[in-house]
Design a protein around this ligand. Sequence first.
Ligand code: SF4
Ligand code: SF4
Length: 400
Amino acid sequence: MSNGNERNLDHCLKCSTCHTQCPVVANYPDFPGPKQLGPELERLRLAKGQEKPLEIDESLALCTNCKRCDIACPHGVKPSYYNMKNKARLQGQSISKFRDWILAHNICWGKIGSKIPGLVNFALKFPLTKSVMGLMGIANRDFPKYLKQQIKIRNSKNDKKVLYYPGCYASFNEPEIIQATIDILEAYDFQVELASVNCCGTPVMSNGLLDEAREMAIKNTGVFLKYIREGYKIVTTCSSCGLTLKEEYTNIIPGTNSAELKQNVWDLFELLEEEEILPFNENKEKIKKAYYHVPCHLKAQGIGVPAANLLKKVAVKDLIIEDNYCCGIAGTFGFKKEKYPIAMAIGDPLFKDIKNSQVPFVITDCGTCKLQIMHGTSVPVKHPVVILRDYLKNSDTEKF
Ligand code: SF4
Ligand code: SF4
């Protein structure tokens, strides 16, 4: 079945607006950019009747899938979609196939790591482990620590029903995000269920494993639709998971099911905004200053910055909201040895801006943005839901 992207290929007027917004173009002049790799390469491929886009194959692997080109295009073309499809056509030729598979399946390592976190965290720091990973083409940088999930949920009944989908990062590396989300939703009278963890498919897609991503999308959509038809809203706290459920599934499995899912997925703060919930704590002074980094995949959802808006209203006096910069990590991109220097070069203006702002901490909704910002600045980074939950503790509502 054709989707909107297939039809809008000819809407590309070659204006190059997307090219000017691509962070890889800005930091790696040999990268042909979204216009050439996206609509132009696809047109060429179709005109020649080729199965694979052989002309500029290696460059495709440098697209981070940040979506900035899609956001920039004034004609509704999505260059990143063609990049993703053509990357998948080339995956069989990749010299880094094994390494990419390992990184794409972080859910497997997360499941093991969060069961025996002490052992796995120790092993990941071990010089021999790092050497083996280096030989496999994995960058020499810290991996996030694994943690065990110990979540308290009341399971109270209510008309407002939410299925909370936390995604891999919160599930395996920062379960505090899960607890904070449940605490807030329950405090404002939502009935919450926690979706059992299954990767949304973002890392699999970004690594060119499109057939596998399609299978995951079909399976996940089936599970979500059962809940939606029982009156649940699907809530996410990860920008990339949210974008994948809302937008990518409509690209890779176009049809009524993915369209129905898209209508029922909410970023947590988007939902609080919609429900006009403005939590407030009269007993607590506002946080003086913080820096909010807007993840590229939140921008691509087209919902503005609901977390930053709420925190600015209720919890942080001086919140610097910055949406110009990409942090550069792009999921697994910044963990690849040959791409690590590009990832760090992309993130450099953001790192400098954060350091110049002299803030005690940074806030962002994306787990991998957090890792990259901490790596590039050594400034602590927190998820907005954790900030909000901690701010609301001991408030008059007595709900926390
Ligand atoms: S994809 Fe959009 S922004 Fe890029 S060249 Fe074509 S019309 Fe311009
Ligand atoms: S998705 Fe990002 S990295 Fe890839 S071409 Fe578009 S702007 Fe460039």
